[in-house]
Ligand binder design. Structure first.
Ligand code: SAH
Ligand code: SF4
Ligand code: F3S
Length: 484
């Protein structure tokens, strides 16, 4: 299917809808005597987070304000994820909860977008069981959200806009309300061509398509000049980036690292087949590229990897992991692992544990296999019983928790630079941040470094050196030794 590049002229109706809606919301605000508010709930990965920042950007351009946590917003958007069944269940649960709000206030708008909308059964279920949802639209048509919102307000009946074309929309065409003032999420490619047999993403997000390198660079330079410290280059398979002019991921990574102002360049998600020595060499040679590689293993058994349609084997994977460990000695590797893929035997699972041990993952996202209707694996024989999956999952978790703790323990006694993310959720006088290797750190500020004019929020986005004092299973404790 052809990829459609959206230009400024394609957004004319969207822009005019946005102006029309600004006027509408401004008079609604006057008649209600308060601000009109929105709430975008995001499920799933960072690409969805990035899409949500665009929805928020459009809503703010229409004059809406983000609702505070204790109020019900006038516009509620659920930006959904379909990757596992529990993400879907959470949506349906939350849709049930907003029903009462919708009955109390008929002017309220409830929208569902994101990956779940690309699965037909989900849309049917919304139509049938949640008729009070005002609008449903797919993730590829985000740029048309103002048009859909205008139509939903005019027509007062459920509007469903789902189609499967592959679009590429440059970031400069859509307003973005960035959630964190130090971190910019920058998608560089969209979609996936890999069709791992368990995964819904290629159906939800379409085929791979990449943004123009020049556009990406313009965006990055602008972000650096605005004071963003961290940039996260995003893509379902970020390192299969290929522009229409033939530029590849290493060029993007190197050019991004060369822009003055960024302390951290991160990227997500890498597919092991696309992580070349060249990429690792670039990571090793720029001080502002993260020393962290997310390298999803999925399984350590060659037999299962084949059934999963992952085009590498255990040995290829280990080679990349060892190359990274050699070149980036203080770096960290994280991974994704699925337990209980159809046909997984105890022997296969033990192979996974072996690879986990050999790689010594610094952290891991571990998942129980979730059967996704429409994928190849969903029809495979020998689906693994739930109790077997949970038992294996427990063993994997135990091993991985131990490895993560060891990785944190190895930091104790060292001092490293931290990018401060804000106040820790555990205590008001503790700050939280991350090392270049993506280790999570909670730390105190000693009295002599405390600035009474600063609140915890003022530290967000600043850099400091922290001495690590204590390891925990998922984080390291420390104390600030220098604010930069
Ligand atoms: N594109 C990324 C991953 C996107 S989905 C990559 O290939 O690395 C994130 C993770 O969810 C995957 O790495 C996989 O571990 C997990 N996942 C995807 N489909 C799943 C399923 N059906 N059941 C359980 N976990 C799944
Ligand atoms: Fe899913 Fe595989 Fe594509 Fe990742 S590479 S999004 S796991 S199909
Ligand atoms: Fe989920 Fe879609 Fe991301 S299925 S993981 S939100 S691409």
């Amino acid at each position: 299917m052809a990829i459609i590049k959206v230009g400024k002229e394609d957004l004319r109706e969207s822009d005019s809808s946005m102006s029309e809606l600004s006027e509408y919301f401004s008079s609604l605000s006057a008649s209600k005597g308060r601000s009109i508010t929105y709430n975008v709930k995001t499920y799933g990965c960072q690409l969805n987070e990035s899409d949500s920042e665009k929805l928020c950007g459009m809503l703010e351009q229409m004059g809406l304000k983000e609702a505070s946590s204790d109020e019900t917003a006038d516009i509620i958007i659920f930006n959904t994820c379909a990757v596992r069944e529990n993400a879907e269940d959470r949506l349906f649960g939350n849709l049930g909860i907003v029903k009462a709000d919708k009955i109390n206030d008929k002017d309220r708008i409830v929208a569902v977008c994101g990956c779940m909308t690309m699965v037909e059964q989900n849309v049917e279920k919304i139509k049938k069981s949640f008729p009070y949802v005002d609008m449903v639209f797919d993730p590829q048509h985000l740029h048309l959200f103002p048009v859909y919102l205008r139509d939903a307000l005019r027509n007062k009946k459920q509007l469903v806009n789902i189609s499967a074309e592959d679009y590429i929309v440059e970031d400069s065409l859509v307003p973005i309300a960035r959630k964190r003032r130090f971190r910019a999420l920058v998608p560089i490619m969209y979609g996936c061509n890999n069709f791992c047999t368990y995964c819904i993403v290629p159906y939800a997000r379409g085929r791979e398509r990449s943004r123009d390198m020049e556009e990406i660079m313009d965006e990055l330079k602008k972000l650096a000049s605005e004071g963003y410290k961290e940039v996260m280059l995003l893509g379902q398979n970020v390192n299969s980036y290929r522009s229409s002019k033939g530029e590849r991921f290493p060029q993007i990574l190197e050019a991004a690292a060369g822009i003055e102002g960024f302390s951290r360049i991160r990227f997500m998600s890498s597919h092991p087949k696309d992580v070349s020595e060249e990429i690792v060499d670039i990571m090793a040679s720029y001080p502002n590229i993260e020393t962290h590689l997310h390298l999803p293993l999925q399984s350590g058994s060659d037999r299962i990897l084949k059934l999963m349609n992952r085009p590498y084997n255990r040995e290829d994977y280990l080679k990349t992991a060892h190359y990274f460990r050699d070149k980036v000695p203080h770096g960290a590797i994280s991974t994704d692992i699925i337990v209980g893929f159809p046909g997984e035997t105890e022997e296969d699972f033990l192979e996974t544990l072996k690879v986990v041990k050999e790689c010594g993952f610094d952290s891991a996202f571990t998942f129980q296999y979730s059967r996704r209707p429409g994928t190849k694996a969903a029809t495979m024989e020998d689906q693994i019983p739930h109790d077997v999956v949970t038992e294996r999952f427990g063993r994997l978790l135990e091993l991985q928790n131990d490895l993560a703790y060891k990785s944190n323990l190895a930091k104790v006694g060292k001092t490293e630079e931290i990018l401060i993310e804000g106040q820790s959720s555990t205590a008001p006088d503790i700050l939280t941040g991350r090392t270049l290797s993506n280790h999570l750190v909670n730390f105190t500020i000693p009295d002599e470094l405390k600035d009474p004019s600063k609140t915890s929020d003022d530290y967000e986005g600043m850099l400091c050196d922290v001495e690590f004092t204590h390891a925990r299973p998922y984080s390291v404790d420390g104390k600030m030794v220098r604010l930069k």
